[in-house]
Design a protein around this ligand. Structure first.
Ligand code: C2E
Ligand code: MG
Ligand code: MG
Ligand code: MG
Length: 281
C-alpha cells in the first residue's frame, strides 16, 4: 500500500510539475504575441499631495488581458518577460503607449501631470533606453519634466551601467524615482550619489505602521532621509483614512493607493480624475 501511494504521489508530483511547465510554456508563447495581438494595456493610478488632495501625478501600470488566461497581473509576467528577453520590447511599448496617451490628453486640453513609468534593471542593459525615451518625448511633443522613471534599488547592482544613463535622463529633465524604497539593496551612500528626485515608501511598511511601532519607525526614518536629502516622497498603498492621517502627521508629501483610487484605464481616468468631477471627500 505504501509503495502504491508512493507511486501515486510521484505521479501526482509529475503531473503537477508538468502542468506548471505547460503553463509557463503557454504563458511564454502567449506573451510573445501579446503586443501584436493588442492584449497589453496601461492603467494609471493618480498620486495626490496629501495635505490638499491636489493631483500631482500618476503611475503607469501595465495590464495584460489574454483571451484564454483572462487578466494576468504584472507580477505574473514581468519577471517572465525579463527571463526570456522580452522586457525591452514590452518596456518600449509601455513608454511609447504612455507618451501617445499623454499626447492625446494634451490635445484634449487637459493640463499635463507627471506620469511615472516602471523600468526594469534589464532595460538599462539594452543600451538604447535613454535614446528611445528621448525620441519618444520628441515625437509626441511631451516636455521631459512630465515623465518620471521608477526604478527599484536592485538597479544599483548594475550601478556602473545604470548611473550614467540615469544622469543622462536627469540632464534631459526626466525625473528619477526609487520604487519600493527600503525593501532591497539600500545603500544609503549610493542613494546620496544618484540623481534621484523621489523616494517611494513601500506599502509593506505602511500596511502595519498603525499597529506596529517598528513599522511606523521605518516610515519615519525613510521620511527623515528623504527630507534630509531634499527629495520628494510618495507613500504607496494608502488604503485607509487612518494611514492617511498618520502620513500627514509624519509630513509625508505625496501618496497613492486604493483610498484615493485604483489604477484606472485611460478613458475612466479621463472621466473621473482629469475632468475634475472626481471629488475625494
Ligand atoms: P509597483 O511599481 O510598486 O506598483 C505598485 C503596485 O501596488 C501596483 O500593482 C498597484 O496596482 C498596487 N497598488 C496601488 N495601490 C494599492 C493599494 O492601496 N493597496 C494594494 N494592496 N496595492 C496597491 P501592480 O499594478 O500589480 O504592479 C505590480 C508591480 O509590477 C509594480 O509594482 C511594478 O514593479 C511592476 N510593473 C507594473 N507595470 C510595469 C511596467 O510597465 N514595467 C515594468 N518593468 N514593471 C511593471
Ligand atoms: Mg512603481
Ligand atoms: Mg512600488
Ligand atoms: Mg512594488
Amino acid at each position: 500500500y505504501a509503495k502504491l501511494s508512493g507511486k501515486n504521489t510521484y505521479k501526482f508530483f509529475n503531473d503537477d510539475l508538468k502542468l506548471q511547465l505547460d503553463r509557463r510554456a503557454f504563458l511564454e508563447a502567449e506573451l510573445r504575441k501579446a503586443i501584436n495581438n493588442d492584449e497589453l494595456h496601461i492603467c494609471y493610478q493618480p498620486k495626490y499631495r496629501l495635505s490638499n488632495r491636489e493631483l500631482v501625478g500618476m503611475e503607469a501600470l501595465i495590464r495584460w488581458e489574454n483571451s484564454t488566461l483572462g487578466p494576468v497581473m504584472p507580477m505574473d509576467f514581468i519577471p517572465l518577460a525579463e527571463d526570456i528577453g522580452l522586457i525591452n520590447e514590452i518596456g518600449k511599448w509601455v513608454i511609447k503607449e504612455v507618451l501617445v496617451t499623454m499626447n492625446t490628453w494634451m490635445a484634449k486640453g487637459y493640463p499635463l501631470v507627471k506620469v511615472s513609468v516602471n523600468v526594469s534593471q534589464k532595460q538599462f542593459r539594452s543600451g538604447e533606453l535613454v535614446q528611445y525615451i528621448e525620441s519618444c518625448l520628441n515625437a509626441y511633443e511631451i516636455d521631459a519634466q512630465y515623465l518620471e522613471v521608477e526604478i527599484t534599488e536592485s538597479v544599483l547592482e548594475d550601478s556602473e551601467l545604470v548611473i550614467p544613463q540615469l544622469n543622462e535622463l536627469k540632464d534631459m529633465g526626466v525625473g528619477i524615482s526609487i520604487d519600493d524604497f527600503g525593501t532591497g539593496y539600500s545603500s544609503l551612500s549610493l542613494i546620496k550619489d544618484l540623481p534621484i528626485d523621489t523616494l517611494k515608501i513601500d506599502r509593506s511598511f505602511l500596511r502595519d505602521a498603525l499597529s506596529n511601532q517598528k513599522e511606523s519607525s521605518i516610515v519615519k526614518a525613510i521620511l527623515n532621509i528623504g527630507h534630509t536629502l531634499n527629495l520628494n516622497m510618495v507613500a504607496e498603498g494608502i488604503e485607509t483614512e487612518e494611514q492617511l492621517k498618520l502620513l500627514l502627521e509624519l509630513n509625508c508629501p505625496d501618496g497613492q493607493g486604493y483610498f484615493f483610487s485604483k489604477p484606472l484605464p485611460p478613458d475612466e481616468l479621463e472621466e473621473t480624475v482629469l475632468n475634475g468631477t472626481f471629488v475625494q471627500q
